[in-house]
Design a protein around this ligand. Structure first.
Ligand SMILES: C[S@@+](CC[C@H](N)C(=O)[O-])C[C@H]1O[C@@H](n2cnc3c(N)ncnc32)[C@H](O)[C@@H]1O
Length: 425
């Protein structure tokens, strides 16, 4: 086994990163950079790497994508602020803790801090915000708190003026109060998880990180988050991220994007016991089935209710019944598409969203979810035209225009779409 292949497998095993086709070359470059930075002969770095976890982390940190910006997907930041603000008065003696797992250069945890400052007028002493990242360069930037224009692409000028000091060359430094209140650790997620006690964290932000992980590491992360989170703690994921196991996390609301609540241990045990011991009910005799049918809500409503409770496979069965009866009704396909996505079946979801768009080409939310499904299925080549079309459809919409579901505003959908920017340009 060559050094490069050995390092690739060690990095995947230890830090969860899914290997990319260009890794061999990137690892070569990372070793050279590391030797330069530490002023060591390259041969010495190569010799020490297999046994030195810090060196291995330093190499892994040079292989990641550190893309981030302030107030990315502001609806989620707002929901985190709501949750934390509501907990703070009830915790006079213990901290309310927010963990940005994979924080890159810090824009995400700083956004939560700014959001809370805006809400409360100050940052209370019993608030702890911590960010960790495997990239040393990113953590160094986060600690310095100096950012260029690119980090501000989701932010109003007002926020920049309020919380940042202008520096030469279009740079801005975040106010000292935030630099001293947000703690940054150069640690991999699983290393940080070991430092945090059980139920000691109130919010985990794990956005745009899981997409780079292999399945085994993702499963490990979700277990660690479940252990670290307090009862009712929130796990926040980007719309394009893999969904967590339903027995560990429940969506807070069926229409919320990427926000999950930690499932109680009793819910976990219940769903496990159910899965193991409860046999599928025998088919009803026809007469009884008809009687039940009249009492049952329409299948699409049942699908939504089951989906809300995290019973995804039953929800999908109900959605199957909904679409079977009404092949020209886009609503059932839309609901089933979302359920399929939530249960990790983006390829099947693609077909449902295509059907909705066939029936209702101007449904902007359906197009958005179609984009999410294409991304989840790694159909990168088909993303570009869909994103362009959705941007075109949103171009004339007012900021607070309410979209097809009667709840989401055009500005929220625009913000959600930013997640995909750069993927296909
Ligand atoms: C695309 S950025 C996301 C930043 C931020 N969460 C956001 O959504 O804007 C992904 C970050 O995750 C970090 N990362 C990847 N694997 C990691 C690991 N195992 N432990 C800690 N950080 C990791 C990368 O270094 C990178 O900075």
């Amino acid at each position: 086994m060559t050094l490069s292949t050995m390092l690739q497998s060690a990095i995947t095993k230890r830090f969860g990163l899914r290997p990319r086709h260009d890794w061999a070359k990137s690892i070569e470059q990372a070793i050279s950079q590391l030797a330069d930075e530490r002023q060591l002969p390259r041969a010495r770095v190569e010799r020490d790497l297999p046994d030195d976890p810090n060196l291995l982390r330093a190499v892994a940190g040079k292989l990641t994508v550190e893309e981030t910006f302030f107030f990315r997907f502001p609806v989620q930041i707002e929901q985190v602020v709501d949750h934390v603000a509501q907990l703070l008065p009830h915790r006079p003696r213990a901290a309310v803790t927010v963990w940005s797992a994979g924080c890159a250069s810090g824009e995400e945890p700083y956004s939560v801090a700014m959001g809370l400052h805006g809400r409360l007028g100050a940052l209370p002493d019993n608030l702890a915000i911590v960010g960790c990242d495997i990239s040393a360069v990113a953590i160094e930037r986060a600690r310095r708190g100096i950012f260029g224009n690119w980090s501000f692409r989701g932010v109003s000028e007002q926020i920049r003026q309020l919380y940042f000091e202008s520096l030469p060359a279009d740079k801005s430094r975040i106010a000292a109060v935030f630099r001293s209140s947000v703690r940054f650790e150069h640690l991999a997620i699983h290393e940080m998880a070991h430092r945090l006690g059980p139920t000691s964290v109130d919010v985990v932000l794990f956005r745009n990180v899981g997409v780079y992980f292999d399945e085994a590491s993702l499963a490990r992360c979700f277990k660690q988050y479940h252990r670290a989170l307090a009862p009712d703690g929130l796990l926040v994921l980007a719309a394009t991220d893999p969904t967590p196991p339903p027995e560990l996390f429940k969506r807070v609301r069926s229409d919320s994007i990427g926000i999950y609540r930690r499932a109680e241990q009793s819910e976990v045990t219940k769903s496990r016991t159910k899965a193991r011991t409860v046999p599928r009910p025998a088919p009803d005799p026809v007469g009884r089935r008809d009687a039940i049918r009249t009492l049952r809500p329409p299948p699409v409503v049942e699908a939504l209710a089951l989906g809300d409770r995290g019973q995804l496979s039953q929800a999908i069965e109900a959605a199957d019944r909904a679409v079977a009866g009404h092949v020209d009704d886009p609503h059932g396909f839309f609901v089933r598409g979302q359920l399929l996505l939530a249960s990790g079946q983006p390829v099947a979801a693609i077909e449902d969203f295509r059907r909705v768009l066939f029936l209702r080409a101007d449904d902007r939310l359906a197009r958005y979810w179609y984009i999410v499904a294409l991304h989840g299925a790694r159909e990168v080549g088909r993303l570009g035209p869909q994103i362009a079309e959705l941007r075109r459809q949103l171009a004339g919409a007012l900021e607070d225009e309410i979209l097809e579901d009667g709840r989401t505003s055009a500005s929220e959908l625009r913000a959600a779409l930013i997640t995909f920017e750069g993927l296909c340009e």
